[in-house]
Design a protein around this ligand. Sequence first.
Ligand code: PLP
Length: 462
Amino acid sequence: MRYISTRAEAPDLNFEEVLLSGLARDGGLYLPQSWPTFTFDQIKEMRGKSYQEIAFDVMSPYACPDIPEDDFKQLINKAYSSFRHDAIVPLAQLDNNEWILELFHGPTLAFKDVALQLLGHLFDYVLTKRGDKITIVGATSGDTGSAAIDCVQGRACADIFMLHPKGRVSDVQRRQMTTVIKDNVHNIAIEGDFDDCQALVKALFNDLDFRDKINLSAVNSINWARVMAQIVYYFTSAVALGAPNRKVSFSVPTGNFGDVYAGYIAKQMGLPIDQLVVATNVNDILSRTLNAGEYKVGETIQTISPSMDIQVSSNFERLLFNIYEGDGAAIRNLMENLKQSGLFVIQPPQLARAKEAFDALRVSEEETRKMIASVFTSSGQLIDPHTAVGIEAARAKWSDKKTPMISLSTAHPAKFPDAVEEVTGQHPELPAHMADLFERDEKFDILPNNLDALKKYILENL
Ligand SMILES: *Cc1c(COP(=O)(O)O)cnc(C)c1O
């Protein structure tokens, strides 16, 4: 498979190169040149297979033969051996025809482990083969950070510098990052919000000299391999509920648009998906854009679902490339408008394509709290605030109750204990492997929101 940039001015790459490079050199994001597709019968054959087997079926057209098939199978098996549930991502029933997909059974309790555990093994495999080393710099609104650190900690192939917005991630989220005391792990609290952190990382990538000097790589969902790994659970869950003989719908709590975009790809690959619901919190740039066509950056507001407190949604550029049918010049234009004036407008024919593919809803803090309480009352289950945002949007947008609705449950409730306890009176317990999280030592440095200070820090700490 060849990979092309959304802005059409960077060289095409193969899978290994795209894995290591992250952002394209023209500022765009990489996408496969075409979508591999599955027939009805091929999807039917996935029934009864394990998560790991379906993962190989879904991802091998993207990764193989760049990665030889047998090696890729082994990497998949290793990656998912760190999960605490045999089904890797089990479904739990909420109500008639209504389900949640528990994506939080990995080491750091959020769905990001599903992709990043695989990424860690892929990096190790490819870099060992090449005798090479990378520097990973990432920005996190909370969960990417710990999942990325977990996947490369102690590995000789990579140094990782993780930026989080100072004071704006939960205590559990921060401690999951800052208590990993390893020579190759560097935590930085930036005096700013998540979008500032993300802008710093993007600026590093766009400084091509610096980028080459430190062999910079990305683990944010701008990295294609992350999006790829997330396509898998759309297939496993849909097949478990009767696909391809019947359609299923998904609701996805969304920030950077990586997770729900993976669902869009699953549909392009032939999975019969009826609705894809984009659920946002009050940081609603995506629901506003999908409903009205104007992508306009606002102020980031702190919420009880902090992993979605995002105003600049990187992966949306991938969808733009699809709805503009691969017109790189049009994408460069939109992105230039965004840079100049903080907004762009999607033209009516392209907006119609986006609306055809997605429903979108903004969910308030009040509705989120009520949903956590209501699910606890009706089923006894504790859900985290991100999951609650997804369920609220699912119920509001669900057009055909005969089609199963799956809300993606993106984090374990113990990751956001304060909000959960406030509304249910129950304190969600951390799983055993993290029970002593609050007794562990922390290590991190604080930096201003300044690119030169960050560069200096990286060079000094490599
Ligand atoms: C990252 C994250 C999201 C948002 O996922 P995107 O791919 O950025 O849209 C939602 N919920 C949780 C718990 C997360 O960590």
